[in-house]
Design a protein around this ligand. Structure first.
Ligand SMILES: N[C@@H](CCC(=O)N[C@@H](CS)C(=O)NCC(=O)O)C(=O)O
Length: 250
């Protein structure tokens, strides 16, 4: 099987896909892309969409963490990413949908809001990546790239604040999924691989980690992504963090 995965380093759905390829034992080559540049690069190599993860596998092109999970199960059924039992499969698919559609984006917005404030931590998110340019230089000259990505991801003050207000509820939902055994069970599934990187990425933000690290959600992240790349020092205004602090103290 010949596979090449296009990623942005430390992108949570990209890491989800890397984990799934590893789970299947599929060897792959990785192409690391800078945000924004990634959109042009993906089109240049023949993808229709403009986001990572994007996978070329045995001549086919698949884009998006959820379609990729299904394609990997089709190409290499063992070990499966979805349970055979229809009821259990439906629960995993719903958890995976939640991870993709509800959990991923607020965390992405908070990260880009942080980079808007201070882009120097970006280098830590690209450690070990082969971007074709020295990361120090990319960060030094990366002001316009950060501004574009923050705009693309709608990382405004208002949305960052809304993302923080939403976070306790999202974390409660992940905790409930862990506690009901839909995720973090003995057999890992597509929802585990979808959700763990979002929690892992959130925990790279010093502002968010204290509200997460004692939760069941953190156990899943430590199991699947113990060395999530990146570290963002505190950047968020204290009053915006109130909903998180309150959620931790109940
Ligand atoms: N929900 C999609 C998300 C894809 C997505 O938004 N990827 C981001 C990286 S996390 C991206 O490619 N952004 C382009 C950019 O920042 O320039 C999935 O799971 O595949």
């Amino acid at each position: 099987m010949k596979a090449r995965l296009y990623v942005i380093p430390a992108s949570h759905p990209s890491i989800a896909t890397q984990l799934m390829l590893e789970h299947k034992g599929i060897a792959y080559k990785r192409t690391d892309l800078l945000p924004v540049v990634s959109k042009v690069a993906l089109r240049a190599v023949g993808f229709r969409g403009i986001t990572v993860p994007a996978l070329k596998i045995d001549g086919d092109k698949v884009q998006g963490s959820r379609p990729i999970a299904r394609e990997l199960d089709r190409l290499r059924p063992e070990p499966p990413l979805f349970p055979a039992d229809p009821e259990k499969r439906a629960a995993v698919e719903e958890a995976e949908r939640f991870g993709d559609e509800e959990l991923q984006h607020p965390i992405r917005q908070l990260l880009w809001w942080g980079f808007k404030r201070d882009r120097y931590p970006m280098a830590s998110y690209s450690e070990g990546a082969k971007l074709g340019v020295p990361i120090g230089l990319a960060v030094k000259t990366g002001g316009p790239l950060v501004a574009l990505s923050a705009r693309f991801n709608e990382a405004s003050d208002e949305n960052a604040r809304a993302a923080l207000a939403k976070l306790p509820g999202l974390l409660d939902k992940v905790d409930a999924l862990v506690e009901s055994g839909v995720i973090n069970g003995e057999q890992l599934n597509a929802a585990d691989f979808q959700i763990a990187p979002s929690i892992g990425l959130a925990m790279t933000l010093d502002d968010l980690r204290p509200a997460i690290e004692d939760r069941p959600a953190a156990k899943l992240a430590r199991r699947l992504v113990p060395n999530y790349p990146g570290k963002m020092p505190p950047v968020l205004p204290a009053e915006w963090l109130d909903p998180l602090a309150r959620a931790k103290s109940v």
